[in-house]
Design a protein around this ligand. Structure first.
Ligand SMILES: [Zn+2]
Length: 138
């Protein structure tokens, strides 16, 4: 009779371990699936195979592609989890929109005009640079 229990326990642990392994592959709770496998063995394995992979809790927003390795990564990731490369901020591309560029050029034009008036001649690169850094009021 003793051997029966030993076999049952070993079988339960084997199925439990197998279930928790599949559960981890499917992003399911490994601990509870270990116990389900322990008690229900083959039934739990079949049930686990039947259920779909759960992507919702741990991996939201997998809608960016790493520019270095082309793997799918989270939108707000700063470092790629596959290649460990530093990633550019998701907003960087948006902040370089043409309208901001226009504003920048317009400001530079205003500075040049301001200097032309003030100096009565074409301002040099250096003078324009200096005026930009000084943050002159226009
Ligand atoms: Zn990567």
């Amino acid at each position: 009779m003793e051997i029966f229990w030993v076999v049952l326990i070993i079988q339960g642990i084997v199925f439990g371990g197998f279930c928790s392994f599949i559960a981890s592959q499917k992003n399911r709770d490994t601990a509870s699936w270990f116990f389900l496998g322990l008690f229900f063995s083959l039934i739990a394995v079949l049930a686990l195979i039947a259920i779909p992979k759960d992507n919702s809790p741990d991996q939201p927003n997998l809608n960016r592609v790493c520019p270095f390795c082309a793997e799918q990564i989270k939108e707000k990731a700063k470092v790629c989890r596959f290649c460990q490369n530093d990633l550019p901020e998701p907003d960087v591309e948006q902040s370089l929109e043409p309208e901001n560029n226009d504003e920048f050029i317009e400001r530079e034009n205003r500075i040049v005009k301001h200097l032309q008036k003030k100096l009565n001649r074409e301002p040099t690169e250096k003078e324009i640079e200096k005026a930009k850094w000084d943050g002159i009021e226009l």
